[in-house]
Ligand binder design. Structure first.
Ligand SMILES: Nc1ncnc2c1ncn2[C@@H]1O[C@H](COP(=O)(O)OP(=O)(O)OP(=O)(O)O)[C@@H](O)[C@H]1O
Ligand SMILES: [Mg+2]
Length: 223
């Protein structure tokens, strides 16, 4: 096994008027390359705060965070943005697709932003769309797709840059349970082919589909 990320005594608080709200309390854990785990916890426990830190969208107050050999806690906003673009694919509860774009146009966006030519981008995007089983919906716009299909487009978009880490915040939260199960099956398949996946959920049934569960409660993490 090869260590992929390590958080050591990570603390995070927010300023609330004169006071500080201490949200993450001495959070420590490690993830190996190729793992598939869920961070499970109730509303307000600090899951999204932790996901923002793992996803390099926010800085820590104290502690250390090493991601794929990089000392993230030393990085400023610009460096975090670059690191995020290089290493992480995000999947959100509400898909976050661009409504006027087709499935293909949504999926090629991250590649165009990286400076690939249109034809190269289309080639990669088609492969990613095939992988999530949406080949026959490639020219559909989000409002012409079901919720599960929209989430699969979002997954294809997250995968297209071949990120080292897939980070998913409540990826089945907006779906009915049968469609949610299909998405979890797809995560299983992606993990089987080597993707490292961290999922966030408040639903123990969803969490049980992953191989490892960490629970968070009031900002403290337990295996
Ligand atoms: N930007 C912020 N400023 C101040 N307080 C914040 C901020 N973001 C989150 N909080 C507080 O931090 C705590 C944890 O929030 P967080 O969003 O991480 O919870 P969560 O576990 O993701 O909840 P949910 O399941 O409802 O999404 C909450 O009490 C919240 O009010
Ligand atoms: Mg949240």
């Amino acid at each position: 096994m090869e260590r992929f990320l390590t958080l050591e005594k990570v603390n995070k608080s927010y300023a609330m008027g004169q006071e500080r709200l201490h949200v993450l309390k001495d959070v420590s854990f490690g993830v190996e390359k190729g793992e598939y785990l869920t961070i499970l916890g109730p509303s307000g426990s600090g899951k999204s705060t932790l996901m923002n830190i793992i996803g390099c969208m926010d800085t820590l107050d104290s502690g250390t965070y090493e991601l794929d050999g990089e000392a993230v806690q030393e990085y400023g906003d610009n460096e975090l943005t670059l690191l995020r673009n290089r290493k992480i694919g995000f999947i959100f509860q509400k898909y976050h697709l661009i409504p006027q774009y087709t499935a293909l146009q949504n999926v090629i966006m991250p590649l165009l932003l990286r400076g690939l030519s249109r034809s190269e981008a289309i080639c990669e995007a088609e492969e990613s769309i095939r992988l999530v089983g949406l080949w026959d919906r490639i020219t559909h716009r989000p409002n012409e797709l079901s919720g599960g299909q929209q989430q699969r487009v979002a997954i294809a978009r997250a995968l297209v840059t071949k990120p080292a880490l897939l980070l998913a915040d409540e990826p089945t939260g907006a779906l009915d349970s049968a469609t949610g199960k299909e998405i979890l099956k797809l995560f299983q398949k992606l993990n089987d082919t080597g993707n490292t996946i961290i999922m966030i959920s408040h639903d123990v049934n969803v969490a049980q589909s992953s191989r490892r569960i960490l629970t968070i409660s009031d900002g403290r993490l337990e295996e």
